[in-house]
Every structure is written in C-alpha cells, then in structure tokens.
Ligand binder design. Structure first.
Ligand SMILES: Nc1ncnc2c1ncn2[C@@H]1O[C@H](COP(=O)(O)OP(=O)(O)OP(=O)(O)O)[C@@H](O)[C@H]1O
Length: 303
C-alpha cells in the first residue's frame, strides 16, 4: 500500500521500560478510512504503542508515521488532525457538557459544530448537566464528543465501552460506525471480542509486544484456525471430524448413514468464534489454534 493511503505505518517499533521490553518489534499499517481494533492480553504493549502513535511517549527504535509525520517531532497542526478519547478524568467536573464541548472546540482550526456533536453522542438532554452528575456511560459519550469535536482524520479510542450496558454499547457502536462512514480512520483498543467483530475492518492481535496476527475478523488466524468440526452419532458412538469442507462431509454422511430421510443422528457443525481464534493466538505455548479444542467451539446447528 502506498504511504499516502496509510493513516498509520509502524515498522520495527521497540520500547523498553528498564529491562522490560514492552514493545518488541511491532509492525502495523492502518489504511485511511478503516477501523482497526488492537487486541491483546493485559500487558501486551497496546497502550504503550498507542501512546507512541499519539506522540505521548518516545520510542527506543523503529519507524513510526502517523498521518505522514513522526509523532515525536510533529507539531500543533498535526495534533489538531488527531482525536484522542482517553479514559475519563475528573478535572473539569463542575463544567456542563455544553460548556466543555464548546470549550474544546475552540482549540481546533475547523471544529464540528459543538451542539451537533452533543446530539450525535446522544447527550442533548444532558447538555446543561454538570459532568460530575453524569453516569459512567454518559461520561464516556462526553469523552467521545471531546475526541471528535475537532473533526479528526484519525481517532484513537481506548477501551471505549468499558462499563456500558448492552443498549449503550450498541448505541455507541452506531456512533462509531457513523464516524467511519464519514471517513474517519479509527484505531480502537478493546478487550471485547464482540466489539472488535462488530466494528473493526481488521483486527491486530498483540502479544508480548508484537503483532502476531492481523486480518479481518472473519479471516483472523488463517484457514486452519477456522476449520469446522462436524459431529455426529454412528453405531451408538459419538464421532467428530475437523474439515475445511463441512458441507461435503455432511453430504457424504447423509448418504452413508442418513437412511431414507437423509437425517444424520446427532449432527452438529461447529465453527470457532473470533474469541476461540483469539485465545489460540495468545496462548502461552504459541499454537496458532490449529485445532480448536472442542470446548472452545460454539455450536451452530445445521438446518
Ligand atoms: N511507565 C511504565 N513503566 C514501567 N513499565 C511500564 C510502564 N508502562 C507500561 N509498563 C509495562 O509495559 C508492559 C506493557 O504495558 P501496556 O500498558 O502497554 O500494556 P497493555 O497491552 O496496554 O495492557 P492493558 O490491556 O492491561 O491495558 C507491561 O508489562 C507494563 O507493566
């Protein structure tokens, strides 16, 4: 991909804290206009990486380009093109929602209309409420409002829906999808696999300071990690087989043991979920989920 098509390009990134290699040769490219979810266990190096991309931390080695510039040396104009949604702070608890969003808008050369932003995050009813009186989910929406009011080309979202109820989470996902449709590039860190699956065009899995897999949610882990398991009962015993072509296997079973009705006793086709594949990728022994353990496979009944 041409560098002009990339919002983020990271090669060979390294960062140590003392003896600890927090980031250890990390490579990542994010195309303009896509949502990339960065997943990984606690301590994998996600926050360190994102803070380096945001220009808040210095790296020890590697090359980093964010919107074409090195975050370590980029200036104010660059910063105004980036939106950052951090975990909430309570510094401005006495200000109202409306005051805060209008205040932050003034920092940017071409901000969005603050009142439209308040509407977009679903806080119109709370515009005159002091921020200390907001619920956790409403606070998070305000954080997002502050992150997007500057009309960023690139938005960083750090675990945006932690603590949300399911309804608020879905509303938030719609909001993020709307931003993407408007052309905003988004880098999202999350611990929720369903969130990554729902929002992300691609998922990058970080383990021990490196990206160990990056792909669409549907293809992550490669073909072998996605193989289906077909289960059935034959001659009174449970049988199972892992296969790339479950339809062909089921057809063969129906012919062989299906009897006149074609029904195969106890038939199930099981496919690994994104979570199964993810757990395989971050497993300590490094197996890339070649054979998903049956316990990790969710049931998908064949109709
Ligand atoms: N300021 C620091 N000083 C020393 N060690 C640090 C510092 N910040 C992070 N680390 C260590 O670096 C490693 C990576 O941390 P980081 O916060 O980047 O991980 P993470 O993937 O964001 O984890 P989490 O999912 O828990 O947020 C961890 O082992 C952490 O303890």
């Amino acid at each position: 991909m041409d560098d002009n098509d990339l919002a983020v390009r990271v090669t060979g990134l390294q960062k140590r804290y003392g003896e600890k290699r927090a980031v250890d040769g990390l490579d990542l490219a994010v195309a303009r206009g896509e949502i990339v979810a960065v997943l990984g266990p606690n301590g994998a190096g996600k926050t360190t990486t994102v803070e380096i991309l945001e220009g808040y931390r210095r790296r020890d080695a590697g090359d980093v380009r964010v919107l074409g510039e090195d975050p370590q040396t980029a200036g104010r104009a660059w910063r105004s093109r980036i939106g950052i949604v951090l975990q909430t702070s309570n510094d401005l608890a006495e200000a109202t929602v409306s005051e805060l969003v209008h205040h932050f808008a003034r920092y940017y050369p071409a901000p969005r209309d603050p009142d439209e932003v308040i509407d977009a995050v679903g806080l119109r009813e709370k515009a005159r409420t002091r921020t200390r009186q907001l619920s956790g989910g409403q606070r998070r929406r305000l954080d997002v409002a502050l992150g997007i009011v500057g009309r960023p080309e690139l938005l960083f979202l750090d675990e945006p829906t932690t603590g949300f109820d399911p309804e608020a989470r879905h509303a938030f996902w719609d909001l993020i999808a709307g931003l993407r449709d408007g052309g905003t590039t988004i880098v999202l860190t999350t611990h929720y696999l369903d969130e990554a699956e729902h929002l992300a065009d691609r998922v990058a899995v970080v383990r021990s300071g490196r990206v160990v897999a990056v792909d669409t949610p549907a293809d992550l882990g490669g073909r072998s990690a996605r193989r289906a398991v077909v289960r059935w009962t034959e001659g009174g015993t449970h049988r199972q087989e892992q296969t790339d072509s479950p339809t062909a296997l089921v057809t063969a079973l129906a012919t062989r043991i299906g009897g006149p009705s074609g029904e195969v006793p106890g038939l199930q086709v099981l496919r690994p979920t994104l979570e199964d594949v993810y757990l395989g990728l971050i497993a300590d022994d490094g197996t890339v989920a070649g054979t998903p353990a049956p316990a990790l496979v969710t049931t998908e009944a064949v109709r």
